[in-house]
Design a protein around this ligand. Structure first.
Ligand code: NAP
Length: 495
């Protein structure tokens, strides 16, 4: 009979794995993926046979690679590095120079992997998506794709539905759908999983979750940063493709989906897909009425002056790429008919924050006097900068008169949970190794998201209008406020 301790260890431990990190010297690998793996190692989750193989074109050797990873972990793990633990971890690291587009380079990788083949083999493609097709074909041609192999694809998965389909088709020719893990790191955030827990682990909210009880929902993902030296990349992408098509629509799905029949990955993904398919299409004039696109002008960030988007390095002077989007979306289902979902995201906004704000209907008849700030009940699920859930209710102001004021019931996850939380990539990487697809996007979800986004971008392409300007350090163009004010609401935080 296993002891409690034995069982907890058995639950935590990952199966033996080989993780091949294409783009292993890049920014994402160094800043997020390798520090995340090191943290899981420190947490005792690594099995006795774990191998992390960095792969890129650079002709460096193993020692040089390990030194690079160490430097990065020192930088991105604020608690500091325990020398002994680092040495243990570094034994799992290896490096092989491979040009993903050169079939001949895969032989060395194949011979290294065959020496000690683990049950689970993961190819994490942390490179430009233009290399995905070639990489997968070369992996297959080198007989590197085993039954226990998984492939992880980083965003952006396409520029539109057609290009996304091309990627899916070429990867799908080598890997079956259950072997493909499409990452949206927002789904790895603890707060997003808490939203699932809140909705489907409690009976309290379900009767209130829909039309008649909720007046409207707001989803905001605001960045204070500008394009940060990645101007050329960003100008080809824009806020719609960078944030809305993936992260924001995924948040909307988790917020709006019906209870899945189980927590099986496909049960969850089936429900998310239904939400995407129920999004009312925005085409032609509907776009001008329901979507605001903006571009930041010179202004301020953190109290210092900053240049406008068109003055950033690598941005053409006549660029019409949007750095801000606000959308009024409608979900045509029984649950959500007539309940608008307002989405808003942008760069160089007033603060760095992300939240989902559920605004409930007001009482049908108000008996009491209210303070000016007292509005209907509100539930705020905050993802950034702090992971918290706040329910605002009205309570009596102390004193003689019966006057109501808002009071927050707040659950601060950082302060209330003693166990350190997993960073999104820690969660997602361990899920890939464990084979849990729940937090990864299925091919049909991706397709449905592009189907909704493409016509909006097409309407912009056909319009002569430039994106609306907004001063860096504000909450976006005035038209974004009008979009919601005309319905009698206001953006949370802009009140
Ligand atoms: P990056 O810093 O430019 O790194 C690219 C990596 O790919 C480097 O290791 C590079 O090394 C390698 N590489 C390039 N061409 C290669 C080839 N032909 N064969 C093998 N390796 C090759 O890019 P990144 O920022 O890490 O981003 C990687 C991917 O993740 C991109 O698709 C990006 O859009 C996505 N992403 C990044 C972030 C982020 O925060 N950085 C966030 C979300 C998604 P060599 O030059 O030595 O080959």
């Amino acid at each position: 009979m296993p002891t409690f301790k034995d069982r907890s260890v058995a639950l935590k431990q990952l199966p033996d794995f080989d993780l091949v990190l294409f783009g292993g010297t890049g920014d994402l690998a160094m800043r997020k993926l390798l520090p995340a793996l090191f943290r899981r190692f420190l947490a005792g989750q690594f099995p006795s046979h774990a191998r992390i193989m960095g792969v890129a074109r650079s002709k460096i050797d193993r020692e040089q690679y390990v030194a690079q990873v160490e430097q990065s972990c020192r930088k991105y793990i604020p608690a500091g590095l325990d020398a002994a633990r680092w040495t243990e971890f570094s034994r799992t690291l290896d490096y092989t120079p491979v040009d993903a587009s050169n079939a001949g380079d895969f032989a060395t990788l194949a011979s290294k992997l065959s020496k000690q083949s683990a049950e689970v083999r993961v190819f994490f493609l942390s490179m430009a998506p233009a290399l995905f097709q070639m990489t997968c074909a070369n992996l297959a041609a080198s007989n590197l794709v085993t039954a226990g192999t998984r492939v992880v694809l980083e965003k952006p998965l396409g520029q539109d539905r057609v290009s996304a389909e091309q990627i899916n088709k070429s990867v799908g020719a080598i890997f079956s759908e259950p072997q493909i893990y499409r990452i949206d790191h927002y789904l790895g955030k603890e707060a997003v999983q808490n939203l699932l827990a809140l909705r489907f682990g409690n009976s309290l909210f379900e009767p209130l979750w829909g039309r008649g009880r909720i007046s409207h929902v707001q989803i905001t993902v605001a960045e204070e940063l500008g394009v940060e030296g990645r101007g050329a990349f960003y100008d080809q992408t824009g806020a719609m493709r960078d944030m809305v098509q993936n992260h924001m629509l995924q948040l909307l799905c988790i917020m709006a989906m019906e209870p899945p029949v189980s927590n099986h990955p496909d049960a969850v993904r089936d429900e998310k897909l239904k939400v995407l398919r129920a999004l009312r299409p925005l085409e032609g004039n509907e776009v001008a009425n329901n979507v605001v696109r903006g571009q930041y002008r010179a202004g301020a960030a953190k109290g210092a002056p900053v240049v406008g988007y068109l003055e950033e390095k690598g941005i053409p002077a006549d660029s019409t790429t949007e750095t801000f989007v606000a959308i009024k979306a409608q979900i045509d289902t029984w649950r959500w008919a007539g309940v608008p979902f307002y989405l808003r995201t942008g760069k160089r906004l007033q603060e760095q924050m992300a939240d989902i704000v559920v605004n409930f209907e007001d009482v049908p008849h108000s008996l009491f006097e209210r303070s000016s700030s007292a509005g209907p009940n509100r539930l705020v699920i905050s993802l950034q900068p702090h992971d918290s859930i706040t329910l605002t209710i009205l309570a009596k102001n102390p004193g003689e008169t019966m006057r109501l004021r808002p009071v927050d019931l707040r659950l601060d996850m950082d302060a209330s949970v003693k166990t350190p939380q997993l960073d999104a990539y820690e969660r997602l990487l361990t899920d890939v190794i464990k084979g849990n697809l729940t937090l990864f996007m299925r091919r049909d979800e991706l397709d449905a998201a592009w189907r909704w986004v493409d016509p909006i971008r097409e309407a912009w392409a056909q319009s002569d209008e430039r994106p609306k300007g907004y001063t860096a350090g504000t909450w976006g163009p005035a038209a974004s406020s009008s979009l919601i004010v005309r319905d009698g609401y206001a953006w949370h935080g802009e009140l």
